[in-house]
Design a protein around this ligand. Structure first.
Ligand SMILES: [Zn+2]
Length: 684
């Protein structure tokens, strides 16, 4: 996961479109009041510029003037001033245009680079371990220093100069024309994405606050596992085990497969906790509190062996989600061509249409291979499947070593963040990078102790640090923390390469976050190899395919629930938190009954609704399955080649559109077919 970059993306890089091209779109009403320059005037101005600079500039003039007209407000100047601005501001000459581009690119890098640096440092008290978080820390944590940036750039006309000279291309146009573009044309097109919408700063500021609040809520949502008890008042988990929901709970559940004695009992207990979180019947006192004991099945709290009264958490989870929805919805009138958070997320941020994604996921979920793999898992477990077996991890190639031993190894190797940081070049070398490159890349990665489950934050200017935030206990890093840290370091490596080795800053980064998840998965898969364990399993490839397949099966359902939830919120914009809760639970049961019940058994299981991303990272979840698919295709491409070289070749393409990136990299679109093929082979 890499929360911060997503937020930066949402706030700064909305590749949104124009009001003027289709003024009669869905939000015509709300848009109309924003339009100050009439279309006929814009047409006249464009015509007079074309008659001066010539027909060859027709496309750029028409589109540029329309863009400026759509963004121009009363306070920007009179119609005459608009006209004068367009006439003097339009650059027809190619060399001069190139100079203009260079200056804009340089200065935008400086602004966004330093803003990001400030933002990161202001949030340190809430994101990193240290003194208790004060209300003032939270105020600074929710303060978005860059929220007035675009407003200022419009006020001083820099945004208008950009919009006038660099046309915006829709996803459809980028798809059709982008294949033939040069790198410079792509960089120009990304410049054209930069100022296509004008969202008032108070709306951005509000969104930022809401996201920060949800982030703090989730980061502090821990379950003290040593305080859970069963009907016989037995504790099944170690006394000091504290797990964050849902990541920690899920990972513990996974590792319980190796506990042959009481593993299943532990998993059932964790699932009871999850259901209490989902339906919000969890006692408020059972969250982040080791002073009381809790039986999650009966939902009774105990103190000193005696039953004590309790109050449920009562819908706070869904209030957070609703807050996110409302803050996102406030942007709708200002982005009329991408008129909802869903469209902004899929066509805008991911640059893959929502319809394409749903078709891909649903096709995968009903593939006949699902049932065959489930039967195999059932055989391996020697029991009927339970809902939480969506997290079955028995396909992972594991050495003959227990988690306790792994914990000893990792905690000894990584007693503190400094030790992790010092080892990063070694990790890259083991993955195939030369000593030089490894040193260069890791010189730009810093390791910080996180309060939450760990995440990676990239820089937004060249030669700045990316940060690996990781959770390290006082007695050193446990294996679960290590496994996550390796994943996050994959992000950092991608972030460093795509920021520093891509030819244009405007093209820095990846097409969307799924592409960075792909690298993170590639790293994470090798975590044991990195600890020095040889992969001795002869069926390693088959196992990896089965493991990827099962992970996709699990997370695609979760992603579909995320989408269904947002669609429901849009259909019921005035819903209350209790209504939203009911809707999420009923949607999750519906998806379960459609795609899982026939395979896993059980009816009306709510388990898909446990993901914390749904609460603090709006619509992020689809990135994971897309990431798995991309990662599978990318890894297939790397087979027999150097991972370091191939990564350098593919990722230095930077932020072009996803399908083009894939075609250049692996010779085809994003597809489930290579994975399904590999699974069929594995099953044989
Ligand atoms: Zn990640």
């Amino acid at each position: 996961m890499k929360t911060n970059k997503i937020k930066v993306l949402i706030l700064l890089c909305l590749p949104l479109s124009l009001f003027a091209i289709q003024p009669n779109s869905i939000n015509a009403e709300t848009t109309k009041k924003n339009i100050y320059i009439e279309k006929s005037l814009a047409n006249n101005v464009a015509q007079s510029i074309v008659s001066e600079v010539g027909e060859t500039s027709r496309f750029r003039v028409d589109r540029g003037v329309a863009q400026v007209a759509a963004l121009w407000r009363k306070e920007d100047g009179t119609s005459e001033e608009f006209k004068a601005f367009c006439k003097t501001g339009f650059v027809a000459d190619e060399t001069k245009l190139d100079t203009l581009f260079g200056k804009l690119q340089r200065n935008l890098e400086i602004i966004s680079g330093y803003y990001h640096k400030i933002d990161l440092q202001l949030k340190e008290p809430v994101q990193l371990t240290g003194a208790e978080i004060t209300p003032l820390d939270e105020l600074f944590g929710g303060y978005d220093i860059s929220s007035h940036m675009d407003e200022d750039l419009f006020a001083n006309k820099i945004a208008f100069v950009t919009a006038l000279n660099f046309p915006y291309y829709s996803l459809d146009e980028k798809t059709k024309q982008g294949k033939l573009w040069t790198r410079k044309q792509w960089a120009y097109a990304r410049m054209g994405d930069r100022f296509t919408t004008r969202i008032p700063s108070e709306i951005l500021q509000h969104l930022s606050q809401v996201l920060a609040t949800a982030d703090a809520y989730i980061s502090g949502y821990n379950i003290c596992m040593g305080n859970l008890q069963n009907a016989g008042n037995e504790k099944l988990f170690p006394k000091d085990m504290k797990l964050i929901s849902h990541w920690g709970l899920r990972d513990e559940l996974k590792s319980d497969y190796s506990d042959k004695k009481r593993g299943k009992e532990k998993q059932e207990m964790i699932y009871s906790v999850m259901k209490r979180i989902i339906d919000q019947s969890i006692p408020a006192d059972a969250i982040n509190n080791d002073k009381v004991n809790w039986n999650p099945v009966t939902n009774i709290l105990y103190q000193d062996g005696k039953q004590v009264p309790s109050k449920p958490e009562d819908n706070k989870r869904y209030e957070m989600l609703l807050g996110n929805f409302k803050a996102n919805k406030e942007m709708d009138p200002y982005t009329p061509q991408l008129p909802t958070a869903l469209v902004r997320n899929f066509e805008g941020n991911m640059e893959i249409p929502q319809q394409d994604i749903e078709t891909l996921f649903k096709g995968f979920l009903v593939s006949p291979e699902v049932k065959r793999v489930a039967t195999l898992i059932q055989k391996k477990l020697g029991r009927k499947l339970r809902p939480y077996d969506i997290w079955y991890n028995g396909f992972k190639a594991k050495p003959d070593i227990s988690e306790a031993e792994l914990n000893m190894i990792t905690s000894k190797k990584y007693p503190n963040p400094k030790a992790v940081e010092a080892d990063l070049p070694e990790i890259l070398k083991k993955l195939g990078w030369s000593a030089d490159r490894a040193a260069k890349i890791t010189s730009l990665v810093k390791v910080d102790p996180a309060r939450g489950s760990g995440h990676a934050t990239g820089a937004t200017m060249r030669n700045d640090y990316s940060h690996l935030r990781t959770r390290i206990a006082p007695n050193g890093m446990d294996y679960k923390g290590y496994n996550i840290a390796v994943h996050e370091f994959g992000h950092n490596t991608e972030q460093t390469i795509t920021m520093n080795d891509v030819d244009y800053w405007m093209l820095s980064g990846v097409p969307n976050t799924a592409f960075t998840e792909a690298v993170a998965f590639l790293f994470q898969k090798r975590d044991l190899e990195l600890l020095g364990f040889k992969n001795t399993n002869a069926h390693a490839d088959n196992n990896l395919a089965l493991d990827d397949f099962w992970s996709c099966y699990e997370i695609m359902g979760v992603a579909l629930l995320d989408i269904a939830t947002w669609e429901w919120m849009y259909a019921h914009p005035n819903a209350t938190a209790p209504e939203l809760k009911e809707a999420v639970i009923s949607k999750s049961k519906e998806i379960w009954n459609t795609y899982y019940a026939g395979v896993m058994g059980g009816k009306d299981e709510p388990i898909l609704a446990i993901y914390s991303h749904m609460i603090d990272s709006p619509l992020y979840l689809s990135n994971y399955p897309i990431g798995y698919l991309i990662s599978f295709q990318v890894e297939g491409q790397m087979k027999g080649k150097s991972m370091a070289d191939e990564m350098q070749r593919m990722y230095t393409q930077g932020r072009i559109i996803p399908q083009l990136w894939m075609n250049n990299s692996v010779g085809g679109n994003i597809s489930t077919e290579p994975l399904l093929q590999a699974v069929r082979k594995a099953l044989e």
